[in-house]
Design a protein around this ligand. Structure first.
Ligand code: PLP
Length: 421
């Protein structure tokens, strides 16, 4: 593929793009009367236009059926989470019974650590990436304290080498090897939120298993972005949120994966709730928790219908394409952004994200040093919505479902014309 830095090239790419039609199905925020260029789907995905009617439907079913809506609603509420579970399974590479749609990401991380972080004797350590998302850091810190360990001793963070931005897989594997007697859990982001580095989850899982540890992943930046094969990779568990690439809406219900070999084990330690109980006895309201033998055995509560309807609506759009097709476009689209950025000579920046497309998703993280904030302000003023992270990093995430080659070209034009001091 030979890219060209011209609008006519971008227009022709959009014309040839079989996914271009999906753009029409989303609301774009507006800037000075025009659609803004939105490269922030890694932070909050856009609203599907079909959502308003979908919410109206639930309101109407509640109004007309009240409690009978659990059975009589157009989308019966009793099993509402299953409308999301089914289309999610191919996105994460799981069997349907390995997926549970519930709670929020951090809540699910805590719940699954109760099952998969079981420190005992010498084996109590957790390996994670340095610079993990703060919520993950806090979850892990408080979990190890829960069992009486000192986080400074129990948590091993893998950092990039001095002078580098990315974590080398060989450094993670080495740390796993060094902790072969003491490692209880490897917990990594599938894609690091800051650098956009995509980790080899299959290799990491294998390495953790070789030393007798569990492997879990936070897929906040990976789900809906890159293809995943959680079942085949034998990942033990994973958690994600649904408001980034999945467009579920602010605070949308999260998700969890539990490999079937674990999900079928009814004796795993866990926090129980009636929605995780075996359906055949759930409504007997009897003593004695009997978990479902699936990932839904970790559910606690009745489906949060109004919090799930956004995800359900968005997943219907994902269902009319495939993650493979999205990924193919995404590699081209992000590659085009990278190509154009390399044409810019007027401004200094460094791309932190890996160059190899197999080691990244949609996002490119650009480090602008002490110019970062000023440049972010100029981009915002020009109608480009991107996100700024201290110190000096702007993350650009062209989402293949609704972003275009023309979006990428316009961003390039605007960055080329930025005045720096
Ligand atoms: C966005 C994100 C979260 C957010 O967690 P919530 O519990 O949904 O607020 C957690 N971890 C990572 C890596 C994220 O990118």
């Amino acid at each position: 593929m030979t890219y060209q830095a011209s609008l006519s090239y971008a227009v022709s790419q959009d014309q040839q793009d079989s996914l271009h039609k999906f753009r029409e199905q989303f609301h774009f925020p507006r800037h000075e009367g025009k659609e803004a260029i939105y490269f922030c789907g890694n932070s909050l995905g856009l609203q599907p236009k079909a959502l308003q009617a979908a919410i109206q439907q639930e309101l109407e079913d509640w109004r007309t059926h009240a409690v009978e809506g659990y059975w009589k609603a157009q989308n019966p509420w009793l099993y509402y989470q299953q409308f999301c579970r089914k289309p999610l399974a191919p996105l994460v590479g799981a069997l349907e019974q390995e997926v549970s749609v519930m709670n929020t990401l951090t809540t699910n991380l805590h719940l699954l650590m109760l099952s998969f972080y079981r420190p005992s004797g010498k084996r109590y350590k957790i390996i994670m990436e340095a610079g993990a998302f703060p919520s993950d850091q806090y979850a892990v810190e408080t979990q190890v304290k829960l069992y009486g360990y000192n986080p400074a001793d129990a948590i091993i963070e893998i950092s990039p080498r001095p002078g580098e931005h990315l974590i080398r897989i060989e450094d993670i594997l080495q740390a796993i090897g060094e902790q072969s007697d003491s490692l209880a859990l490897l917990l990594f982001g599938g894609i690091n939120y800051y650098t956009g580095q995509l980790f080899d989850m299959k290799a990491l899982t294998e390495a953790a298993h070789q030393v007798g540890a569990f492997a879990g992943f936070d897929l906040a930046h990976a789900v809906g972005n890159v293809p995943l094969q959680l079942h085949d990779w034998e990942v033990d568990f994973a958690v994600w949120c649904s408001y980034k690439y999945l467009n579920g809406g602010p605070g949308a219900v999260g998700g969890a994966f539990i490999h079937e070999k674990h999900a079928a084990q009814l004796d795993y330690p866990r926090a129980g709730g009636w929605w995780g109980n075996d359906e055949s006895t759930r409504f007997l309201m009897e003593k004695g928790f009997v978990p479902k033998a699936t990932a839904e055995g970790w559910q606690l509560s009745t489906a949060q219908v109004f919090n799930m309807v956004g995800l359900k609506t968005s997943l219907e759009i994902f269902g009319s394409t495939s993650i493979a097709a999205l990924r193919e476009k995404s590699i081209q689209l992000t590659g085009y952004l990278e190509y154009l950025l390399h044409q810019i000579g007027s401004i200094n920046f460094e791309i932190l994200t890996p160059e190899n497309c197999a080691e990244r998703g949609a996002q490119l993280s650009l480090f602008f040093g002490n110019q970062g904030k000023a440049i972010h302000q100029q981009l915002t003023a020009a109608g480009i919505i991107v996100d700024y992270r201290e110190p000096g990093v702007i993350r650009f995430a062209p989402a293949p479902l609704y972003n275009t080659y023309q979006d990428v070209f316009h961003v390039y034009e605007i960055i080329s014309n930025i005045q720096t001091f």
